[in-house]
Design a protein around this ligand. Structure first.
Ligand code: FAD
Ligand code: AMP
Length: 481
């Protein structure tokens, strides 16, 4: 007889393991199946995020940022350094040990919450039957009241630039270079391309980013994107917009990349190339023809607002469904689905999903951009506060960038908050919380922020919406009040 569960979660990435742990907390007999094998060929829970995504990229971003800081700005604050150098294998090994700790931690969390963690591949059959094949094992049959699909995403590959073992790599390969490539090409100026390009630029590579679009970071507020472009240029990231990669050739351990620009066809030669042109939903081998689950035209599992698929009792969450491919979005979907199974009324607020780019300065936003509001004709006020006017930013020698708050002209409700500054990824939570509670710029302005902190810039930007900022000239568009 098939083993019975209340809930089977397929995929142990951030979306899946959150769902599994919360389901077990709610008293459901839960299994979480994951097929990931790490570099050593060992099963590892945590999915893309922990193994080859958020965490390892941040470990390298942090290490490379510290190196640049030590080399370039310690002298500003009176620290004398001599002979600062890097040890790339040690940096990679430290990143690997962070990953190992965390993936082991997820396995331990599943266990301590009473989730049955199953290492191997799952396939959804009709009637919520799941075929499970352990690594090196035989298929066995499981049955569940509810199945949650959380199989994530994989990197997009492009025919002009097929991956090779070492020279043309995706984001996963770029987390494991054993030496700094002298000249590095990055295809795609999206979040992942900019983060990984930054890592290797900071460590000494000459980095050229080739981006097909004419506009830089179209998803971000364009005032922020322009500021970012200025900083990246200063850092030596050579970002070429309007540049479509057409073909590539590997010759004598170098990669020649051919691309099209408005004024003609050109090429560049690199010691390594990172292909960072996006990610696609991953459903290979997941769905039997009669599972009842449908995909949309872009290959995502089709779900409604509550993450229910077309098959009764089957849900899908995380990167494999519509919406931003972000770990925290999947986590919240996982929680919503299991709490709804337990008859709670949880919802995901897709209007307040924060986005962060972990470059220096960090870029973060939530809500609508100014260009979106302009094109929809909504009326708004804007307040901007420069970090150069923040006491804490000055004390910490991180005065780059600004915080921008956009509020509805009529109601003052916060419509979007955009920032480029040190620790923007942390500061954005202030804005997310305000927006989650339907707050106005005035509400944020009336909230007390600890002094001296970088987050005071969020407070001042909110005050600036109505011309009340204390530490800046309130030059931005505002109504007198
Ligand atoms: P995944 O994490 O992809 O997990 C899916 C899991 O399902 C995998 O373990 C897979 O092996 C398993 N699986 C698939 N099919 C089956 C099957 N049939 N049977 C069993 N198991 C299966 N997001 C952020 O929010 N912040 C960041 O800073 C960030 N940085 C990133 C940096 C990089 C370099 C990359 C590549 C991604 C980054 N992301 C970041 C995106 C983030 O990693 C994803 O949004 C997140 O991992 C999605 O979670 P998920 O649980 O939906 O899927
Ligand atoms: P994202 O989807 O945010 O990870 O960003 C990927 C980026 O890669 C997008 O901005 C695409 O425009 C860009 N891109 C996709 N294909 C190509 C190509 N052939 N040449 C250059 N850039 C590309």
């Amino acid at each position: 007889m098939a083993k019975q569960f209340d809930v089977i979660v397929i995929g142990g990435g951030p979306a899946g393991y959150h769902a599994a742990i919360r389901a077990a907390q709610l008293g459901m007999n839960t299994a979480c199946i994951d097929k990931w094998l790490n570099k050593e060929g060992k099963p590892a829970f945590g999915g893309t995020c922990l193994n080859v995504g958020c965490i390892p990229s941040k470990a390298l971003l942090e290490a490379s940022h510290k190196f640049v800081e030590a080399k370039e700005s310690f002298a500003d604050i009176g620290i004398v350094t001599n002979g600062i150098d890097i040890d790339v294998p040690a940096m990679i090994a430290r990143k690997d040990s962070v990953v190992k700790n965390l993936t082991g931690g997820v396995a331990a969390l599943l266990k301590s919450n009473g989730v049955t963690a199953m290492e191997g591949t799952a396939r959804l059959l009709a009637g919520r039957e799941v075929q499970f094949t352990a690594h090196g094992g035989e298929p066995e049959s499981l049955q569940a009241e509810h199945v949650i699909l959380a199989t994530g995403s994989v990197s997009v590959e492009i025919p002009p630039c097929p991956l090779t073992e070492e020279l043309i790599v995706d984001s996963t390969g770029a987390l494991d270079f054993t030496a700094v490539p002298k000249r590095l090409g990055v295809i795609g100026a999206g979040i992942i391309g900019l983060e990984l390009g930054s890592v290797w630029r900071r460590l000494g590579a000459e980095v050229v980013v080739l981006e097909a679009l004419e506009e830089f970071l179209p998803v971000a507020d364009q005032q922020v994107a322009k500021e970012a472009q200025k900083h990246f240029k200063r850092q030596g990231l050579d970002i070429r917009l309007g540049t479509r990669v057409m073909s590539s050739e590997v010759k004598r351990k170098k990669v020649k990349v051919d691309f099209k620009q408005d004024d003609g066809d050109k090429s560049e030669t690199f010691d390594a190339v990172i292909v960072a042109v996006g990610r696609r939903p991953y459903t290979e081998g997941l769905l039997a023809a009669d599972s009842g689950v449908n995909l949309d035209e872009r290959g995502f599992i089709y779900v409604n607002d509550l993450c229910a698929t077309d098959a009764p009792g089957v849900y899908a969450i995380g990167d494999v469904v519509r919406g931003p491919m972000l770990a925290h979005k999947g986590m919240e979907e996982g929680i919503m689905v299991v709490e709804r199974i337990a008859d709670q009324k949880t919802l995901v607020n897709y209007d307040t999903v924060p986005s962060v780019i972990y470059t220096y300065p960090e870029i973060a936003w939530v809500g609508k951009t100014e260009q979106e509001l302009k094109s929809s004709g909504e009326k708004y006020n804007v307040g901007v506060f420069p970090m150069a006017a923040s006491g804490r930013a000055m004390a910490s020698n991180v005065t780059e960038g600004f915080v921008k708050v956009i509020a509805d002209e009529e109601t003052d409700r916060i419509l979007g908050v955009h920032m480029i500054c040190a620790h923007a990824g942390e500061l954005i939570s202030d804005a997310v919380i305000a927006m989650e509670f339907g707050g106005s710029a005035e509400d944020l302005g009336l909230t007390m922020f600890a002094h001296p902190t970088l987050s005071e810039a969020v407070h001042e930007a909110a005050l600036s919406v109505h011309g009340h900022a204390i530490h800046t000239a309130n030059r931005r568009r505002r109504k007198k009040s």
